[in-house]
Design a protein around this ligand. Structure first.
Ligand code: PBG
Length: 321
């Protein structure tokens, strides 16, 4: 068989095409801040905005018009403390944002990022013992409290991004005991200690005040370790497994997809977005490279892609398909 026989014209190419993306695959991150009337471009993330809760009244219809159906919410409160109290406060910004989006009734599916780093004064995703080691018990208790507060506010799904051992099981139990057995958990299972999170940490104001996250995020040299992380999350009851970042970790995604019978998500993170955005805006690569990146992520096994490019996908698909 001659492979080129199936490439002669667009019709035959479309007929044998293996992978396509649609807005049913795409999740868009939103960054919530305190205050009113705020829609401020994040300096490190072009065309991404810090939003106050009231600004959602305009933003949600705008995003819906862009074809977006799935959101993941991040919060960046003004005041942070040692106990991460703004993370689980009933009137915290994420909790308020969930209620606002639901009250707008535009059919948006709301996922929340569950972590402590944006809410804790030291910018870490966990609590520590006085000797500097991770206080797992206290961390898990706090994280589950955050997830429960999101579910109580009406979140459709929670997504823990902290990487503490045992968090999925603990969270599942807390949700189930409190009447939220129907709320799925999308676990950031294979989250690498990556250099590609830089712009996000500025967006969420969550750079660690001391040290780094290598005590709990994964070494980017490791692949088998990712499989162990995913396996634990599966056993503890995760509904969806995530690999993060996306483009430099397509091998992890593919192995995860082939190994576990669960939907896979991939997070095309802030640094990946910033690089590609810059290259496209400067005319160094064609904007079709954005679609190529998303197709590559899906082809590698992702059922779900979290991406800052979400607002442009419908237009790109119309122009290039
Ligand atoms: C919080 C969190 C981070 C990202 C998502 N959730 C940052 C980090 O771990 O430092 C990164 C997202 C991005 O870079 O777009 N734990």
């Amino acid at each position: 068989m001659k492979p080129t026989r199936l490439r002669g014209n667009q019709l035959i190419r479309d007929l044998v095409k293996e992978v396509a993306i649609s807005m049913n695959d795409i999740v868009y991150p939103l960054f919530m801040v305190e205050g009113t009337g705020i829609r401020e471009e994040i300096s490190s993330l072009k065309d991404q905005y810090h939003l106050s809760v009231d600004a959602l009244e305009k933003e949600i219809p705008f995003l819906k018009e862009k074809g977006i159906k799935y959101l993941i919410l991040f919060g960046s409160p003004n005041e942070k403390d040692a106990e991460a109290t703004p993370a689980y406060a009933k009137d915290g910004i994420v909790q308020q944002a969930i209620r606002k989006i639901k009250s707008l009734d535009m059919g948006m599916y709301v996922i929340t990022d569950v972590c402590l780093c944006q809410y804790k004064s030291d910018g870490h995703c966990c609590k520590f013992h006085p000797d500097g080691t991770i206080d797992l018990e206290a961390s898990l208790e706090l994280l589950s409290k955050v997830a429960l507060s999101h579910a109580e506010a009406g979140a459709d799904m929670v997504a823990p991004s902290d990487m503490m051992d045992g968090r999925i099981g603990n969270m599942r139990e807390t949700l189930d005991e409190n009447g939220f057995g129907h709320v799925p958990i999308m676990s950031y299972s294979a989250k690498y200690a990556s250099n590609y999170y830089g712009p996000f940490r500025e967006a969420a104001n969550s750079a660690p005040a001391f040290g780094d996250r290598r005590a709990y995020q994964m070494d980017y040299a490791n692949r088998e370790e990712a499989m162990r992380e995913m396996e634990l999350d599966v056993m503890e009851g995760a509904d969806i497994l995530m690999v993060k970042p996306a483009m430099p970790y397509l091998d992890i995604l593919r192995t995860g997809k082939d190994t576990f019978n669960l939907p896979m998500a991939a997070y095309q993170v802030s640094g990946e977005y910033a690089m590609l955005r810059l290259a496209v805006d400067q005319g160094i690569v064609d904007e079709k490279a954005i679609l190529e990146s998303l197709i590559a992520i899906k082809r590698s096994g992702a059922d779900i892609i979290i991406t800052y490019f979400a607002k442009e996908i419908v237009r790109l698909l119309e122009v290039y398909n």
